[in-house]
Design a protein around this ligand. Structure first.
Ligand code: ZN
Length: 331
């Protein structure tokens, strides 16, 4: 059997080359519709590159080797910009295929088509081609599939996206990473995907840091999937608990032997596409720790102070992303 390779924006690498990995971040992000605002706020390609190069150069001082970009096809992803950033910094960048949820993604196009017929094969064709041939004729291949559900439900449209992702996973072995909305539907996502034939060890359920409910955490992890505490640093906004509430949950899970299923990231968005965000000054305190080195500067030292071992930190930051992308042969 061929050794497993991981698609990065500069070409395939061995899973062992991934090293310290941030498994859910965004170089650039725009809600569908941002394109229509480009007359006033055009995409400044140079600015996107320069900003992210600066961030990755700082992250390299903490040993970062791989950035997983969780931006799906309908949220402003640009693989050629990613490639330039990766070449400038030497950091591996893994790009996603897949689509965002129904309410906040680019669903209008697909929902219109689904009135005319079943879109299942169309979604499958898109995800498969982005992984095996490349994205938009660039030859740059996606390395994971991003899927997303709504608050408290997986809609019919989202279910079709999940099923297409599962089918493409079965054929390509590429892992699936998810967005959950405000701490809901994690167990249902895991069940839907595993029922569709996805190996649970190739699934990362996202935004688990949105829940402080230990029963919810265990309901997800008991399915054998990875759970990502991937919104470290964000408080209150997007339904995120305070950091002081997240940390005991994280530490509790590690103490109960779940380090081999956890990952850490920020869901940081380096550039918002379209207009700059008008941040309400009242919200600034809740974003004070939302910066791309927070996990290394604050979270990991706090875990160590709580007795988490270096080996467990390595499991979370290095081994788990490698196993997610590399599969069983990389346990
Ligand atoms: Zn995200």
């Amino acid at each position: 059997m061929n050794p497993v390779k991981v698609n990065t924006v500069t070409g395939p690498i061995a899973p062992q080359e991934m090293g310290i990995t941030l498994p859910h971040e965004h170089i650039m992000y725009g809600y569908p519709g941002w394109q229509a605002d480009q007359t006033v706020y055009p995409l400044d390609r140079r600015a996107v590159v320069n900003r992210m190069v600066g961030i990755l150069e700082e992250l390299k001082t903490f040993g970062l080797k791989t950035h997983v970009d969780a931006t799906p096809a309908d949220q402003g992803r640009d693989p050629e910009i990613y490639k330039e950033i990766s070449e400038k910094t030497g950091v591996h960048i893994i790009c996603s295929t897949g689509l965002y949820n129904e309410t906040q993604g680019g669903s209008a196009y697909w929902k219109f088509r689904s009135m005319l017929g079943d879109i299942s094969n169309e979604l499958y064709e898109l995800f498969l081609k982005e992984i095996t041939v490349g994205i938009r004729g660039t030859g740059i291949k996606a390395g994971c599939i991003k899927v997303a559900s709504s608050h408290g439900s997986i809609t019919d449209y989202e279910n079709k996206v999940f099923q297409a992702a599962a089918r493409v996973h079965r054929e390509t072995g590429v892992p699936i990473i998810t967005h959950t909305e405000e701490g809901t539907m994690g167990p249902e996502q895991a069940e839907l995907l595993t029922n569709a034939g996805v190996d649970p060890r190739r699934i990362q359920i996202g935004h688990m840091s949105n829940s402080t409910d230990m029963r919810y955490q265990l309901a997800v992890l008991d399915k054998g999937v990875f759970g990502a505490f991937d919104r470290m640093g964000i408080e209150v906004i997007a339904g995120c608990p305070y950091e002081r509430e997240k940390m005991p949950v994280l530490i509790g899970l590690i103490r109960s032997g779940r380090a081999h299923q956890l990952m850490l990231s920020h869901d940081f968005i380096a550039t918002w596409l379209g207009r700059p965000l008008p941040v309400n000054p009242a919200d600034l305190p809740f974003l004070a720790n939302w910066y791309p080195t927070h996990v290394f500067k604050n979270v990991i030292p706090a875990l160590k102070a709580a007795g988490v071992t270096d080996a467990e930190i390595r499991t979370i930051t290095v081994d788990n992303p490698r196993r997610l992308f590399g599969g069983a042969s990389n346990d």
